[in-house]
Design a protein around this ligand. Sequence first.
Ligand SMILES: NC(=O)c1ccc[n+]([C@@H]2O[C@H](COP(=O)([O-])OP(=O)(O)OC[C@H]3O[C@@H](n4cnc5c(N)ncnc54)[C@H](OP(=O)(O)O)[C@@H]3O)[C@@H](O)[C@H]2O)c1
Length: 262
Amino acid sequence: MIPVPLGIVHPGEMGAAVGAALSRTGKRVLWASEGRSSESAERAAAAGMEDVERLSVLAREAGTVVSICPPHAAVSVAEAVAEAARGRTGWAYLDANAISPTTASEVAGIVEAAGAWYVDGGIIGPPPHRPGTTRLYLSGTHALDATTSLATLEMEIHVVGEEAFAASALKLSYAAWTKGSAALLLTSRAAAARAGVEQALLQEWAASQPDLAARCEQAQTAAVEKGWRWAGEMDEIAVMMTTLGLPPGFHQAAASVFGDEG
Ligand SMILES: NC(=O)c1ccc[n+]([C@@H]2O[C@H](COP(=O)([O-])OP(=O)(O)OC[C@H]3O[C@@H](n4cnc5c(N)ncnc54)[C@H](OP(=O)(O)O)[C@@H]3O)[C@@H](O)[C@H]2O)c1
């Protein structure tokens, strides 16, 4: 078992839902309001999380710090927690963000230098408000230890293996298709619009690819709401592709599609 109480940095849409699910099991779940928005404060309060106000307090009181933040912030959040926790031993740090194994390795190095055990994670599915929708994948030598402390009704936990950064690789391989194909669909329709053939494309989709118009609308809505965060995730996928000797260009382009939308 990894140590409790748990501390979540930070209670965004996903972090607050995970915090609420953990709170409902009776565990103390800490967060730090310093520097965060009123939206994060409202989500944390609704989730039953305990505000310790300062990150320096959270980094000393939480047995396990769980990072759930935008991918581009994963390293700076780890640095801030590590700085505040320096000198501690026997605590754990779980990064559950959509980051490449390369970035996860950087995060692991930062928190391990500050005395933590690193657990790699990746969340697939929407924020876990009810059972059956969402899976937390874990990997590394401490993954099995983490499953008991993190067990909730709403979120399934799967250990991918002892390979250090397998959970991050799984999350990004999954998102490479789901979000990558959304970007491709938006680009196909944008090309038709610019070429003056959008209505003709929609008619052809209706005849031969009847799911695509609705998928394109969903992709458009999601890109406007979350494009700024998804662009960082696409950059992380491109890093992973390069490391694996695969073409990074699909997801570099997807990052620019979402960056333009978000
Ligand atoms: N939402 C989903 O459906 C979903 C699904 C699967 C996985 N995830 C993963 O969950 C993670 C978080 O997603 P989310 O949807 O919860 O995002 P979100 O709703 O945008 O929340 C992000 C949280 O991080 C804080 N934050 C924003 N920028 C930051 C920065 N530069 N430094 C430190 N903290 C910062 C925000 O605080 P303030 O707003 O108070 O600044 C907020 O509390 C991502 O890695 C994502 O891949 C999300």
